[in-house]
Design a protein around this ligand. Structure first.
Ligand SMILES: [Zn+2]
Length: 240
């Protein structure tokens, strides 16, 4: 994740990318790469908890608030923010939006794709977002490099970012990213998501626990914050 590489992150709701991949995004952009967050919805119905405590609240006002929060968070991470505003709880991704997503991958010449884990027994939208993001990837890369009627890109490396309850989502991390150096940036991005203030401490603790576990893959005690990912597709290597 470096240099001129292009990363696209597909988030079901406006804040998911911040908690689960904010560190990897910030590291990527700090190294000179470009990052584009595509948020399929604002999470206005199901994931804007604190805003719904306000008397007289409306869906439109929540969406505006979430747009501002997520744009600020993406900006703090050095990423562009593209909202598709498809609605949430339930999120549904029509064919037209799949094509739009595939076009975003192609326009950005995406090298690295970050998506939700395919399973989540507690969330109706995260698996839908995962499936759509991966399907759009197949639409963007075509069939094994053969000519197609549409423009294609080489297959992006694809990782699932860590779900809220990883052990119940069949999440098996195989990639650990040291985000210690940019933790203040991720923390600042998380603080932008005021509507879900209750998650900040949760993801701080998660990163600290992953750092401790990551000593078994070789990180030292100086590494205090780690994000975990799972590769979803085979990855090409020139050598081992
Ligand atoms: Zn979500």
């Amino acid at each position: 994740m470096d240099g001129s590489r292009s990363m696209v992150i597909v988030s079901a709701h406006a804040a998911d990318f911040v908690w689960r991949a904010g560190g990897a995004i910030a590291l990527h952009t700090e190294a000179g790469g470009s990052a584009t967050v595509v948020s399929l919805s604002y999470g206005e119905n199901g994931e804007s908890g604190d805003l719904w405590r306000v008397p007289g609240q409306t869906v439109e006002a929540v969406k505006e608030h979430r747009h501002a929060e997520a744009s600020s968070a993406a900006s703090a991470l050095g990423a562009e923010f593209i909202p598709l505003d498809l609605g949430d709880y339930p999120l549904e991704v029509p064919t037209e939006s799949l094509r739009q997503l595939a076009s975003i991958y192609v326009e950005n010449k995406t090298d690295v794709l970050l998506v939700h884990a395919p399973e989540d027994p507690f969330n109706p939208d995260h698996p839908v977002a995962s499936e759509a993001a991966q399907k759009a990837r197949l639409l963007a890369m075509g069939a094994g490099g053969v000519p197609a009627s549409f423009e294609t890109i080489p297959p992006p490396v694809t990782y699932a970012f860590e779900p809220h309850q990883p052990d119940l989502c069949s999440f098996k991390p195989d990639t650990f990213v040291d985000v210690t150096s940019i933790w203040p940036i991720k923390k600042a991005a998380m603080e932008q998501m005021a509507a879900q203030s209750y998650l900040q401490a949760h993801y701080q603790t998660r990163a600290e626990q992953r750092a401790f576990q990551a000593r078994y893959v070789g990180f030292g005690s100086e590494v205090t914050h780690v994000e975990a990912f799972q590769r979803l597709v085979p990855e090409r290597k020139e050598r081992l």
